[in-house]
Write a protein that binds this ligand. Structure first.
Ligand SMILES: [Fe+2]
Length: 363
């Protein structure tokens, strides 16, 4: 069936645009806006993963810049240096298969958390044995994907100083006309790029329209950018979404969804991403991961949409994982943009051919 669809698709894409777009049914993302009836989420707190070899992952995690916060027999909580008590929960996989077990978003208030608890399919749980405590609600979504809402965690105390494992002394950047750093030197040494916080994640999803509707009907996800297919302007294929916090600015995207190609039968996580302080941190972190023998996927480069400086790696189980720095912020006054799928980077190495696809990635 998928081969037939692919042949038909290839045939259609050769026809003149006005004919092919009449034949291809519209697959457009409807207008999406936030309103108070939806559950208001504040930020992305952490991710859950299962790894076959927890020890190997903990080695990767240390080289990637996570800090181990708590360890039990089959689970490790890793933190960044931000306010979240942990940003990554790695559990030993019981059947030896790696799995993504969903994002956990922090509700904006107790009231919003209670609203989420009333949504169909909500399963209440507790985080009392985890660093920071709190409560959790879980939703089972398509293809065994999970979506979690949390509330009531005790946040970490953070100073105003960014934590670093690489920077000895860093002043402001001396630009062409303005040179604010006078008589002081930039000094660094090798080390991992310490992670601040979770940034975003994305799914490649066969049931794209229904799943996108569930997330955006129930929560304050709003598209920052919508991208349509290069051969069919009536087919939206990807959206980068932010959390609408009103006047308050939030990351350009915290969640993206990509319409799966017909041969993809099951939703998979494309990558998860974590913030680091700056470009020097990223470059030093890149060299650190390379020196430890980990596999680079793509980077260092700069994205177009979202503007992040990016660096993608394969973790010890094969999941794509990203360091980013210098991302865009948006708020309620930032309009949603819609454009054709274009280059994903303005500089950096050539994008790998299968970057948008599953490749050897686990589910
Ligand atoms: Fe990313």
């Amino acid at each position: 069936m998928s081969l037939v669809f692919k042949l038909l698709f290839n045939f259609l894409s050769k026809l003149p645009r006005f004919i092919r777009e009449r034949i291809m049914p519209d697959m457009l993302i409807p207008p999406i806006s936030n309103n108070p009836s939806k559950v208001q989420l504040d930020r992305l707190g952490h991710f859950y993963f299962e790894h076959p070899d927890l020890e190997k992952f903990s080695k990767f995690a240390a080289d990637f810049g996570f800090v181990e916060e708590k360890r039990t027999k089959d689970r490790i909580y890793f933190r960044g240096y931000g306010k979240d008590p942990y940003v990554y929960v790695a559990t030993r996989s019981k059947d030896g298969k790696p799995r993504f077990r969903g994002p956990a978003f922090v509700a904006r208030s107790q009231e919003e958390f209670e609203k989420a608890a009333k949504l169909p399919g909500a399963i209440m749980g507790s985080l009392e044995d985890t660093p920071g405590g709190g409560k959790i609600i879980t939703f089972n979504r398509t293809d065994n994907t999970l979506f979690h809402i949390i509330y009531g965690q005790t946040e970490r105390e953070t100073g105003s100083q960014e934590a670093t494992a690489t920077h000895e002394q860093q002043g402001p950047y001396n630009r062409a006309f303005e040179k604010p750093r006078k008589g002081k030197f930039q000094r660094y040494h090798p080390g991992p790029a310490l992670v601040h916080k979770v940034g975003h994640f994305g799914y490649v999803c066969p049931d794209f329209d229904n799943e996108l509707a569930w997330y955006t009907d129930n929560f304050n996800f709003v598209p920052s950018d919508i991208l349509y297919h290069w051969d069919f302007s009536n087919m939206d294929v990807l959206t980068f979404m932010h959390l609408d916090l009103g006047e308050e600015y939030s990351d350009h995207h915290v969640f993206f969804m990509q319409r799966a190609e017909p041969e993809v039968k099951k939703t998979f996580v494309h990558h998860t991403s974590y913030e680091v302080a700056d470009m020097d941190t990223q470059q030093l972190g890149h060299e650190w991961l390379a020196s430890k023998g980990w596999k680079s996927i793509w980077g260092v480069g700069r994205h177009v949409l979202g503007s992040q400086i990016f660096d993608y790696w394969a973790d010890s189980s094969g999941f794509k994982i990203e360091h980013y720095a210098d991302g865009d912020l948006v708020n309620k006054d930032t309009p949603t943009s819609r454009d054709v799928v274009g280059p994903f980077s303005i500089w950096g190495p050539e994008v790998p051919k299968d970057f948008g696809g599953k490749g050897a990635s686990p589910s």
